[in-house]
Write a protein that binds this ligand. Structure first.
Ligand code: ARG
Length: 465
């Protein structure tokens, strides 16, 4: 007999069961479900709903069930609709009718909201730890490349010289914001719905704040209707993972381009590149193409969940059961991807010579304009003068630095012998030493700030106990 069979005279249609059952995917919340039930058994004991003996029996039974899950010995029944019914069914098998007292004042609506929050909190902490690892790899890879000069691009057109360290560190800060977002959503996720009942609250004397703390939440929800229907935590989590995916995808795109022989700036380690079954010369950046590709799926999960939630009437609706697969899939996708991206970054070979060889004089056109600015010319005018110099050099098919001084002086008599010094990539880099610039000393400071950030944001399992 199903959990709610009393009012029905016919069993549920098999096809409906297949549609309705969430056990195939929500069984991965067994730990959270059992933890929630153990805390709830103690809460209704304190409320005088069950005796101390009855509560002990409930808790012992729940421990035994946890043991069965841990040992991989829990046997599901074909009538188990979801993880909540499976655990309760087994509890009653183990300890008898008193097992049926556990659900007093509780609904699967507050139960699933509780389990799912606990699961998301745990998952967010795992992703946080993995992103931390990637940040560490970026810093380690950046440190030896403070003076490795490479072309910087806007619109994927050569723009200005930058350093490889500066390029790598740009991703560090994107990931820092992702981790900030995780910390922020954890704060809002840490609110316990348990004791909200089906929608209207519990008629028993349950101390919901104590129950919340027993489960590791910061507080209990202030409105039972909102408690059973709030899936903001799931939406925020799935968004944060999608945006982290977008960051990985953009890093991936750079790595794919820069490892193309036309660029040749970087080489993926053998362990992190793949070959072709027909073309022996191939060295493909498959892991990074997967980072780019899988991000489409992370964004799709976000769009799916938002669409499911939109337009739902108040409180719990079965549509909400759709929340879990999207969240699980985003977590699984990113949890498999992050260690690989971390490995790619950690083992990346940066080819300093190829980067330097790719530097063209045109990357210093801005510096040339700035030379005129330092001699008093308004920037707008300097931009125009250098634009004409670039055009003449192009017409003559000579590098900008080879334009004779006499030609430059026809454009402006501010050009003098010292203009030659402009055409030095290292000097161009060195001048950009204001906060956040690409100069080696500025990037060294940036790396120090990044290390301080990492120390202030140690993932839980890594902080000294
Ligand atoms: N399996 C359901 C879910 O994931 C649990 C809640 C069911 N509640 C209900 N009133 N049918 O959402």
């Amino acid at each position: 007999m199903a959990l709610w069979g009393g009012r029905f005279s016919e069993p549920t249609d098999d096809d409906l069961r297949r549609l309705n059952d969430s056990l195939p995917f929500d069984k991965r919340m067994f730990e959270q479900d059992i933890a929630g039930s153990i805390a709830y058994a103690r809460a209704i004991e304190a409320a005088g709903v069950v005796t101390g003996e009855e509560a002990d029996a409930l808790v012992q039974g729940l421990y035994a069930i946890r043991g069965e899950f841990d040992a991989g010995q829990f046997v599901f029944d074909r009538r188990d609709e979801d993880i909540h019914t499976a655990v309760e069914r087994r509890l009653t098998e183990l300890i008898g009718a008193v097992g049926g007292k556990l659900h007093t004042g509780r609904s699967r609506n507050d139960q699933v909201a509780t389990d799912f929050r606990l699961w998301v909190i745990d998952a967010a902490e795992k992703i946080d730890g993995q992103i931390h690892e990637l940040q560490v790899s970026l810093v380690r890879q950046a440190e030896p490349h403070l003076t490795s000069v490479m072309p910087g691009y806007t619109h994927l057109q050569p723009a200005q010289p930058i350093t490889a360290a500066h390029w790598l560190m740009s991703f560090f800060w994107m990931l820092a914001r992702d981790r900030d977002r995780l910390a922020d959503l954890l704060r809002r996720a840490s609110v316990s719905p348990l004791g909200a009942g089906a929608l209207a609250g519990t008629p028993f004397d349950v101390d919901r704040e104590a129950l919340a703390r027993a489960l590791g939440f910061n507080s209990a929800s202030p409105n039972s209707l909102d408690a059973v229907s709030d899936r903001d935590f799931a939406a925020e989590f799935i968004f944060t993972l999608a945006l982290a995916g977008v960051h990985l995808s953009r890093l991936a795109e750079d790595v794919i381009l820069y490892s193309n022989p036309l660029f040749g700036f970087i080489t993926l380690d053998d362990r992190y590149s793949t070959g072709s079954s027909i073309m022996p010369q191939k060295r493909n950046a498959d892991p990074m193409e997967l980072a780019r590709g899988k991000t489409g799926r992370l964004v799709g999960n976000l769009a799916g969940l938002m669409t499911t939630l939109k337009g739902l009437p108040s409180t719990y609706n079965k549509d909400m059961q759709e929340d879990k697969e999207a969240v699980f899939d985003s977590f699984d996708t990113l949890a498999v991807l992050l260690p690989v991206v971390c490995g790619v970054v950690r083992t990346l070979h940066l080819n300093r010579d190829r980067m330097r060889a790719a530097l063209g004089d045109e990357l210093l056109a801005t510096d040339l304009a700035e030379y005129l600015v330092r001699k008093g010319m308004p920037f707008r005018q300097a931009h125009h003068v250098v634009g004409r110099a670039v055009r003449i050099a192009g017409d003559e098919a000579i590098p900008l630095s080879r334009l004779p001084l006499a030609v430059l002086r026809e454009l402006s008599d501010l050009f003098e012998e010292d203009v030659k010094a402009v055409f030095d990539f290292d000097q161009s880099i060195a001048r950009r030493r204001a906060l956040g610039g690409t100069a080696p000393e500025a990037v060294a400071e940036q790396i120090n700030a990044a290390k301080a950030w990492l120390l202030a944001h140690q993932p839980p399992d890594e902080s000294p106990s």
